[in-house]
Design a protein around this ligand. Structure first.
Ligand code: NOJ
Length: 553
């Protein structure tokens, strides 16, 4: 593990990266969708918040079937979001503020509207055009059955049969996600070359790194054998389409490309794999970071959190890489709801598992726990990723009318899983409802014009109000990030656990810093100077569901 001073180690060992879901962040042109200029207008907000880097979700031209994770052209910007010139200006202005810039790359699959897929549909079986994707003949007498039993992550079979150019029913293609997201054939060097070209394109434009979508995908087991059991991503179970050894060869090649540019360019893996497999993605010659989804998947439970932190931290750091903590992203239920309702983050397929019992949801308790979890995360060794709105303690929007749901999961689950829209609702910037609570530059933009409706109480959580309230979650985040920058012992480095009772999770960091999180009955505030607490401290009492940062000497 690196014991160097922060300024001497690669930025990605310590960084707090803020994830921007571009569609919902800020809408500059009043069309009800966020955009590049919207982000640019909010750079001062992000600077004041104190984040070190930004990650922008896919901004490429896309039919938006999966809101950008269905890419039609990897070297351009979605016209609804802006232009390449605007993107370049945004990157440059972020850099001028000392903020790094990461973009999403989606290498497992493209959109079915991608030029290559359209060419593949028109070409003959076995042609070079078909070889860029995973086409197979079907089983059965007339090829009427899919080539194997794989199921798509969003629901339904992972294979779709096409009609050939002559009008007859023909081959099948693989789509591990939606039908409109055909999987690339990574055994084909042409695909590898294309993505290397894409990396160079954006690296030259100035990006500092890539968040790699489905980083455990791409390579499939030779022969595409049936799978024995449905995917259970975070366990050690083997899958014929995820977490194959061959994927590491790709990252070794990509790492060489990153290292051929100055400034510690990097990749962060979105790999939903077992604790044992995760470190492989961040070996010294592969990627820099890998989201710790085991942390995100933990319930608000002292034993479970401690076990997950301990195990994943120990395993991750065997490679010398830093841990990358994460509590939220655009795919999981907001932590305010999860922690209140005892929910896990991953493996969601029904309203109950996604939202819990909404009639029993206690926003005050959920917020208190989410705030404590944030201080816990920001005190742990390594970097952290926060998702837009997490700094406002936004809850999940659980009441979106069914006819407004847009996530493909809703339809593909047979209308059983409401999907991920509830954590993707546009941000409230202003208290007043005008312009969708300040999300849009168009003050006349109403609920029905915004791509997703916002809950009625959204204004009470607005940035504008939270800025003025010293006890708001926004100000808690600002204070925490400020301390994190000043404390040499925070960020990358070591930690020591402290025994402080069965309901308390506690540890120290070098330089006289300690973090305590109380999950049980009220206890006395530990000795030392209070640097920050997730909840106001009265009469020297550390209440339940509260975290505190202490200067111990
Ligand atoms: C993971 C992304 O985070 C998610 O939003 C997307 O639907 C799938 N990958 C497919 O690209």
């Amino acid at each position: 593990m690196s014991l160097t001073v922060r300024s001497e180690r690669p930025w990605w060992r310590d960084a707090v990266t803020y994830q921007i879901y571009i569609r919902s962040f800020a809408d500059s042109n009043g069309d009800g969708k966020g955009d590049v200029e919207g982000i640019r207008s909010r750079l001062p907000y992000l600077k004041t918040l104190g984040v070190d880097a930004l990650w922008i979700t896919p901004w490429y031209p896309s039919p938006q079937m999966d809101h950008g994770y269905d890419v039609a052209d990897y070297m351009d910007i979605e016209p609804d979001y802006g232009t390449l010139d605007e993107a370049k200006r945004l990157i440059d202005e972020a850099h001028a503020l000392g903020i790094k810039f990461i973009i999403d790359i989606v290498p497992n699959h493209s959109s079915d509207k991608h030029k290559w897929f359209q060419e593949a549909l028109k070409a003959a079986p076995g042609s070079p055009e078909r070889e860029r994707y995973v086409f197979r003949d079907g089983k059965g007498k007339d090829g009427e059955l899919p080539p194997n039993n794989w199921q798509a992550i969003f629901g339904g079979p992972a294979w779709e049969r096409i009609t050939e150019a002559d009008g007859t029913l023909g081959q099948w293609y693989l789509h591990l996600f939606a039908v409109e997201q055909p999987d690339f054939n990574w055994d084909n060097p042409v695909v590898r070359e294309h993505f290397e070209e894409v990396l160079h394109f954006w690296l030259k434009l100035g990006v500092d790194g890539f968040r790699i979508d489905v980083a455990h995908g791409m390579i499939k087991e030779p022969g595409l054998p049936d799978e024995l059991k449905g995917a259970d991503l975070l366990t050690a179970q083997k899958s014929p389409y995820f977490d194959q050894e061959g994927v590491h060869e790709i990252y070794r090649a990509w790492r060489k490309i990153f290292d051929s540019y100055p400034g510690n360019r990097m990749g962060v893996a979105e790999a939903w794999v077992s604790k044992e497999s995760l470190p492989k993605y961040i070996r010294p010659d592969e990627l820099a970071n890998s989201f710790n989804f085991h942390f995100l998947d933990s319930k608000w439970d002292v034993k479970e959190l401690k076990k997950n932190i301990k195990e994943s931290f120990e395993l991750l750091t065997t490679t010398g890489a830093p841990a990358s903590w994460v509590l939220e992203n655009h795919d999981v239920t907001r932590s305010v709801n999860r922690f209140d309702q005892g929910l896990k983050g991953g493996g969601v397929d029904s309203p109950l598992k996604r939202f819990g019992d909404t009639s029993k949801f206690d926003i005050k308790r959920g917020t208190k726990r989410a705030r404590a979890a944030s201080l816990l995360m920001l005190a742990l060794p390594g970097g952290a990723y926060i998702y837009q709105g997490e700094e406002l303690a936004l809850p999940e929007a659980t009441g979106i009318p069914k006819d407004r749901l847009t996530d493909p999961r809703w339809k593909l689950s047979g209308y059983t899983d409401p999907g991920r829209d509830g954590c993707r609702v546009p941000l409230p910037w202003k208290a007043d409802v005008a312009g969708s609570y300040g999300f849009s530059g168009n003050p006349k933009l109403g609920d029905s014009d915004s791509w997703l409706p916002q809950p009625k109480h959204w204004g009470t959580l607005a940035v504008e109000l939270q800025e003025k309230d010293p006890e708001s979650t926004l100000n808690l985040y600002r204070a925490a990030l400020d301390i994190r920058h000043k404390e040499a012992g925070l960020g990358d480095g070591t930690m020591e656990w402290i025994e402080a009772g069965k309901d308390v999770l506690a540890f120290t960091r070098p330089g006289g810093f300690a973090c305590y999180v109380n999950f049980g009955k009220a206890i006395s505030v530990p000795a030392g100077e209070i640097l920050l607490a997730s909840n106001p401290i009265q009469s020297d009492v550390l209440e339940t569901d509260t975290a505190i940062w202490i200067r111990t000497k």
